[in-house]
Ligand binder design. Structure first.
Ligand SMILES: Nc1ncnc2c1ncn2[C@@H]1O[C@H](COP(=O)(O)OP(=O)(O)O)[C@@H](O)[C@H]1O
Ligand SMILES: [Mg+2]
Length: 409
C-alpha cells in the first residue's frame, strides 16, 4: 500500500527530499521502522503542501490509502533522518564532550531528538504545538528543531542544539564567523553529523527572544490619540504596563507627551474634521460631539482650522459637500506633511524610555547597533526579526543576534 502512496506523491516527495525538517519524540522510538518512515514522508509532504498553501491530498486517492493517511496525520511529525551506514562525525569542545551522557554517544540523533523543545514563551501561542502532522495545515513550522538541553554534569549547564536545515549549509560557518568577529551571538560549542542529520550545539543565552518578552512590550504604544491630560492618566494608569514602569519613567513619559501635544492635537483634530464632515447629518449635535466629548481645547481647534485654510467648522463641511474626496485628500495630505515625521520621533522616544525602564536597554537602539556592526564586519544577517534577537536576563542585559540561516523561513 505504501508503494501506491509513494507513486502518487512522487513529485512532491522529490521536493520534500531536498529539505528535511524534523520533529520527533521518544514515543516513536519503539515503533516499527516502516511506520516511522511513513510518518516521516507524510510530515515532509504535509509541511511542503502547507508552505505552498496546498492541502494534504486525501481526496481522489484509494480509499484504503486515504484512511491510512488520515490516521497518520494524527501522529507526531518526524523530520530527522535515521539513515544507516552514513558517516558520523562528532566535534565537541572538550568541556562539552566530557559532559555528554553515554546515551548521546550511543545514538546521537535519538538522544538529541528526545530532548525538550526550547521554550519560546509567549511566542508559542502563534506556533504549532508539534503534536500532530495535521497541525501543518494551520502553519508550517517545525517547533522541534531547536532543543534545550541540560547537561548531566555538576553545573547542570544548559546548551541549545539546533537541527540544521540541509539547505542551510553555511549556517554553522556563518554563526562561527559572526562570533569570531565580535558580534554578540551564541558561541558554537560543537557540531554533530549523524544518520544523515546535522546539528550544532550553541551556548545557551538565558533570556527571551524579543517576540517572547513580557507581553507589555506589545502595548507600548505612544498615546497618539489621547489628547486630554486626565484621559492620558486614566488610560495609562489603568493599563498594566504603565504600572510596571518606574515613577521616574512615568514622569519622563508625561513630559514627552506634553512636548508633542500640539502635534498630537493637530492630527487628532484634523482627523476629527473628516469624521464630522462624514457624519454631519447624524442626529447628534456635531459641534458638541467635536468639542465636548473629545475635549479638544477651543484654541487648538481654531489653530487647526486656520492651518487647513478654514475659518469655521462649517467651512470644512461646505468644502466637503462640494467635493468630499478633494477635501479629505487635502486634510490628509496636510496631516502627513505636518505630523508624520514628528510623531514618529515621539513614538521612538516613547519606546526608548519604556524599553530602558522595563528591560534595561533600548532594544531599538541596540538592534540598530547590531545591524551596523554586521555591515561593518561584512557579515550579512538575513532577518533581524524579533524572534532572532534574544535579550539576556540578569543584571547586565545584552542583546544577541541568533539564527544565521540564509533563507527567510
Ligand atoms: N542560543 C540560544 N539561546 C537562547 N535561545 C535560543 C538560542 N538559539 C535559539 N533560541 C530560541 O529558539 C528560537 C528558534 O531558534 P532559531 O535559531 O531562530 O530557529 P529558526 O531557524 O527556527 O528560526 C529563537 O527564537 C529563540 O527563542
Ligand atoms: Mg529564527
Amino acid at each position: 500500500m505504501f508503494l501506491k502512496m509513494k507513486e502518487l506523491w512522487y513529485n512532491k516527495e522529490k521536493k520534500a527530499a531536498s529539505k528535511i525538517i524534523k520533529m520527533t519524540d521518544k514515543e516513536h522510538s519503539n515503533e516499527d521502522p516502516q511506520k516511522r518512515e511513513k510518518v516521516r514522508r507524510l510530515s515532509n509532504l504535509a509541511y511542503w503542501a502547507s508552505k505552498t498553501g496546498e492541502q494534504i491530498p486525501v481526496e481522489n486517492i484509494y480509499e484504503e490509502t486515504r484512511v491510512e493517511i488520515e490516521t497518520l496525520l494524527k501522529e507526531q511529525p518526524i523530520f530527522y533522518n535515521e539513515e544507516k551506514d552514513v558517516t558520523q562525525r562528532i566535534e565537541l569542545e572538550a568541556e562539552i564532550s566530557k559532559s555528554m551522557p553515554k546515551e548521546f554517544y550511543d545514538n546521537p540523533t535519538r538522544w538529541i531528538e528526545s530532548q525538550p523543545n526550547i521554550n519560546r514563551k509567549y511566542e508559542e501561542g502563534y506556533l504549532p504545538q508539534g503534536e500532530s502532522i495535521a497541525e501543518f495545515q494551520e502553519m508550517p513550522y517545525d517547533i522541534s528543531k531547536v532543543k534545550i538541553v541540560t547537561l548531566p554534569d555538576k553545573k547542570a549547564r544548559k546548551v541549545v542544539i539546533k537541527r540544521i536545515d540541509p539547505q542551510e549549509k553555511t549556517e554553522i560557518s556563518r554563526a562561527r564567523k559572526a562570533y569570531e568577529a565580535g558580534i554578540p551571538t551564541p558561541k558554537i560549542l560543537g557540531t554533530i553529523m549523524d544518520q544523515g542529520n546535522t546539528y550544532a550545539i550553541f551556548e545557551h543565552i538565558d533570556g527571551h527572544n524579543l517576540n517572547s518578552l513580557p507581553q507589555e512590550r506589545h502595548f507600548m504604544h505612544a498615546p497618539r490619540t489621547i489628547t486630554d491630560k486626565l484621559l492620558f492618566q486614566q488610560t495609562l494608569l489603568s493599563s498594566k504596563y504603565w504600572q510596571k514602569l518606574s515613577a521616574q519613567a512615568q514622569k519622563k513619559l508625561e513630559k514627552l507627551w506634553r512636548k508633542y501635544l500640539p502635534d498630537i492635537l493637530f492630527k487628532e483634530i484634523s482627523l476629527s474634521f473628516i469624521r464630522q464632515a462624514i457624519r454631519k447629518d447624524a442626529y447628534y449635535n456635531r459641534e458638541q460631539f467635536l468639542f465636548d466629548d473629545n475635549g479638544y481645547p477651543t484654541e487648538a481647534v481654531q489653530e487647526t482650522l486656520k492651518l487647513h485654510g478654514y475659518e469655521t467648522l462649517d467651512d470644512v463641511f461646505a468644502a466637503y459637500d462640494q467635493d468630499a474626496q478633494k477635501c479629505e485628500n487635502k486634510i490628509t495630505r496636510k496631516i502627513k506633511e505636518k505630523t508624520e515625521k514628528i510623531l514618529k520621533i515621539f513614538e521612538e522616544d516613547w519606546n526608548e524610555i519604556c524599553e530602558k525602564d522595563l528591560f534595561g536597554i533600548s532594544l531599538t537602539e541596540e538592534t540598530f547597533r547590531l545591524k551596523k556592526l554586521c555591515e561593518q564586519k561584512g557579515i550579512h544577517h538575513k532577518d533581524f526579526a524579533n524572534r532572532n534577537l534574544v535579550l539576556s536576563s540578569g543584571k547586565k542585559p545584552k542583546l544577541y543576534l541568533i539564527d544565521w540561516e540564509e533563507n527567510i523561513q
